[in-house]
Write a protein that binds this ligand. Sequence first.
Ligand code: NAP
Length: 228
Amino acid sequence: METVLITGANRGIGLALARRLLTDGYRVLATCRTPSAAAELAGLAGTGDLEVLPLDVADAAAVDGFAGVLAGRPLDVLVNNAGVMGGPRQSADDMDYAAWAEAFAVNTMAPLRLAQALKRNLLQAARPRVVTLSSQMGALSRHSPGAIAYRSTKAAVNKAMQTLALDWRAEGIVVCPVHPGWVRTDMGGPNADLDVTDCARGLAALIAGLDLSRSGHFLTWEGEEHPW
Ligand SMILES: NC(=O)c1ccc[n+]([C@@H]2O[C@H](COP(=O)([O-])OP(=O)(O)OC[C@H]3O[C@@H](n4cnc5c(N)ncnc54)[C@H](OP(=O)(O)O)[C@@H]3O)[C@@H](O)[C@H]2O)c1
């Protein structure tokens, strides 16, 4: 049985992916900021091998210390899912710099920091994979206005993950940033294209098949190449 850790698993894509991977037979370590408030996540306990653990990914000390929580346990898959938009004011003429910094901590630095913290656990797995939820909104090849904070944090995490993939290739750790589609969640809103269950099904298939041949690629939830 493979073990997968998902951040921000209390709602949205993280919750749907936890549900899906439990059904698929993974041991799921589901992290969230406030487990006591994560009733829907806790309700998945009957469907498979679920452990709910507290983790605020913006808390650097907590992330660094998370290796202690998982001490000695192999980790097959790390899913960096937790993400924030960066606040409502992020246009060319009106930027909330504090919210941008917070988004950078959550969307960009936390995925690398958590991967580093859990590297020993990943190295104990037969086919270790780090999957980081990025966004097409961070693709430099797309020319769309607005959302400067969100776009730049996702562009930056793409570069961080591309480089991490190269740096860890020799040790056999697969690293991919993934665009999950435009998904109906609190973040994606009600008009988004994709149901969260369909997104989770695609991500689960991608996670199951991912190997070093695709490490360092920017992929979609359907396993296709996404232009950088
Ligand atoms: N939905 C889309 O259309 C879409 C498109 C492209 C990319 N994405 C990416 O996909 C990922 C999931 O998005 P979503 O639509 O599921 O978003 P969501 O519905 O807004 O959920 C975000 C999740 O991230 C968690 N989170 C935020 N800050 C955190 C922190 N500091 N520590 C731990 N957890 C934190 C939230 O926890 P709380 O409940 O505690 O706030 C929540 O569980 C994000 O990285 C997002 O950027 C989404």
